[in-house]
Each structure stands twice: as structure tokens, then as C-alpha cells.
Design a protein around this ligand. Sequence first.
Ligand code: ASP
Length: 321
Amino acid sequence: MDPIVISTWKHGINSNIEAYRILSEGGNSLDAVEAGVKVAENDPEVLSVGFGGLPDCEGRVTLDAALMDWNARAGAVLFLENIRNPISVARLVLEETEHVMLAGEGALEYAILHGFRPESLLTDESTLRFSEWKSSMKKKSEEIHTDDFELKKSKHDKINEDGYHDTIGMLAMDRYGNIAAACTTSGMAWKLHGRVGDSPIIGAGLYVDGEVGGAIATGRGEECVRACGSFLIVESMRNGASPYEACRIACERVYKLNLLTSKNRDHIYQVAFIALNKNGEYGVCSVREEFQYGMFKDGENKLYDSKYLLDDDFNIKPLKK
Ligand code: ASP
């Protein structure tokens, strides 16, 4: 099979290069996705992943990462601090333990025990953005002359807006036709301390079934978790949907649940999905406009605009195949 790498957002382009290099040399898709997303983890200019990722509401950078292969082997770390490459800790969980997930302090201890060096993941840029956010919150609370409860509430309002969260998710197929997936993220900026998103949750942020294909997600993690987005996609493909149709089904589900849980229709959160089936066919769909993905295929690495579900009035657009 011809190798293929697809990943989320613009920063996927650089990550694809490393993943595709490994595939071109005959490497397997699990090694490719791990090495690929590490590029984004190491890049301080990527403000939503690894080193330089924006912190939570207490100024702490907490990371989620996971990977899964064609044999349903999976490893994940949740709420991990001070480790630049959480994806490689997730890989260790997959390879060396009988578990799927390690979280928080335990994940950190496990990483250190296996030679990972703890370090601050804050950069000048992320520290500056955090201070700006803090001052804007303070100003907001002073303006409304209210108490601490209101400050917390206004923090929530801010957290609930879209923005400052762009996981790198990657799907790859190697020349043996095996698919693997990885996700790694600092999650939503300014999130509550302790919050975990969809990215390290098998079935939500990513899922692979060697007989069918794989899927990954990005966007508002809470919505994706509620919909079990990636699992839904793989099951839809198992039942005959094309990768695009399957991603669209997941977007429709996210939208439906969003309508059930949000108070008004002005607040439809963005979630985007990428799917790849075992024949090497792919599909991409986002709930709203403006999702981009990078694809390295047939020797070409390019950024594309995704198809999306909703029109400007938040109504579902008719299906075009
Ligand atoms: N899904 C990630 C999260 O909610 C963020 C993102 O992909 O934009 O943590």
C-alpha cells in the first residue's frame, strides 16, 4: 500500500514530514504517528501542544496524549505535567504496562522512572498570554463589581468560548496497510485545573480497528467525549459508510448533543474529525467552517480546508458526496 499521513490543523504539515519519512523507509504506522506528533510537541510556537502549550486557569500546563494501533493496543496519559513529550510516555504505557491509561502524579512518576526529564513547559509567549488572560478576567470582574463567585463564573464564560485549543491528531497507514492514530494536546487554554479532554480517551479523541480503519478528533473535547466521536466513526465505517460519511455522521451527533445541552443555538462548538479506512480512503468533516488538515500522500504534503456540516445560520447543509 502507498503510505499516507493525515493530521489536524496547520501544524500537522511539519509533523507529517517526519511521519512520512518513517513510512517511506518502511517503518510502521505506530512509530510514524509517535514521531510525527512529537514534532508539534517540541515546537514552542504551537500553543496548544506540549512545550509552549497554553496553561490552565492556574497557570499550569497539563497535557493529554494517546496512541492506538491496528491490533487495538492503546496507551494514554492524562493530566500530565512537566514532560515535553507525553506521546512517548503514552507509548511506554502501551508497550510496557498492562494498562491503557496513566494519569497525573502517577503518570509523571512513571515517566521519570523511565528516564523522562521533568522541566517547565511554559515559554515567554505562553506566560505572557496567561498574564493577559488573567488581567482581562480581573478587569471583567472589577467592571461588574462582584465577588469571587462571579469571577469564577466569568472564568467559565471565557473557557466556554472557542479558541486556543488545537490538538495535533494524526492518522497514518504504512506500506503493510496497518493504521495507527495519535493525539497530543495541552487541551483548552485556561481550562479548570484537572480538566481532561477527549484527546487521551480511546473512542473519543481517537480509535483504530485494524479490520476497518481509524479516526481522530479535534475541537471542543467535551462535545467529542459525549458523542464517543472516533468510535462512532469507525463503527459507521464498519457498517458501510465512507470515511467522509462517517465523519459527517459524527458531526451530526455532536451537533444534536450540543443542541440538547447548550442553552441557545448561538453557541455551536467546533469539533472536527478525520477518518481513514483500511483501503487507504480518507474523509474529513467538521461541525463548523474553518477546520484545516494536512495530508502527505503520493509524495505531496499539503494543507486542505475541510468540508463542514453547518451553514452560517447553524443549519445542516445538504449532503454532497
Ligand atoms: N480536543 C482538545 C481538547 O478538548 C482540544 C482541541 O483539539 O482543540 O482538549
